[in-house]
Design a protein around this ligand. Sequence first.
Ligand SMILES: [Fe+2]
Length: 343
Amino acid sequence: MAYGCAEEPGSGWDLWASVEEMKHRGVAWLPFEEDAIADLAQIFRNLPDIEELFEDSTEGSIGCEAPSAGGPARFILNKSKISENMRWLWAYDEDTLARFDEFVSKANLLSVLGNVDGRADDLMLYSASFIIVKGSKLEDSETLQHLDMGHRRIPRGSSFTCLTSLTELPGSVGGLQFWPWNCHVAEHQSEWYYCDATRNAAPQVHKYRPGKLVAFDGRLRHRTEPFEYDRSLVGADSEALATCDAYEAGGHIRVLASFAFASSDARLARYNHKMLRKQCHDLALIRQSPKLEVDDDSELDTSDDESEPKTVPPLAAALESAAAERATNFFAEDTAQAALVRQ
Ligand SMILES: [Fe+2]
């Protein structure tokens, strides 16, 4: 058995080694049966033309729907503020998030991640999305270092993001670039909470591989690896060339399924909601903890010293309201075919 590490997955997996890597570096890789992702991959293929999601005219688009055997899957679109080549499709409703739950169950993610900080009965899936990068190149300026759950009240070991590609990808396509906790000064190794001072550390890269998922702590600094696709790097390897062929035929699309886990603890749920809502559209689903219902619109749900007052001008509020109504109307319709709603 050789576990390796997130940037160099070994030939065999080991629960203890994986949990230790997560505890000490904030990242780990987990195995899954490749068939487990098939339903989500099919849902993605059933979505409307992905090219449309990247057209400038989609400014203001808010919802899209994929017909599938288990019922329609519905998503809310988020554009990147800094890149025209990235989009997020967030699960819109419980029925859609339940499709992501199925993968979570098949890959046994909750019980594995629960070992990191004794939270096997405490972790829950809050939200999920498809992350799409389109094009053969992603510039350094198009991808920012960040922490998914960078709130000082959210401790290490209590929130995780899991990412996996839906298909095999050429080696030159960007992976996950991350800054492991223990890769520089020793003082950070002993600090379990609030340490995110890893900007100067050497970044590592996890390349997405079928059957191997990367999991990382909500307080791990990371970003999409900038890249430039280069077919010539694979040489004469026929399998790698076939992967390149498929990637090119698909329009240079890199798709990941993304899962956001966090503690259901009533003391943490409000902060989890706050950090997740920063990442997605107001209409995307963030599941409620059974231990505390969070009102995302209420500043009372986070303490005064941490929240920034949210000022919504009347016009913006009206537009938000109109957008919400359009989404509701759209998803209320029994559409036989996938469709895209635009403002
Ligand atoms: Fe992230």
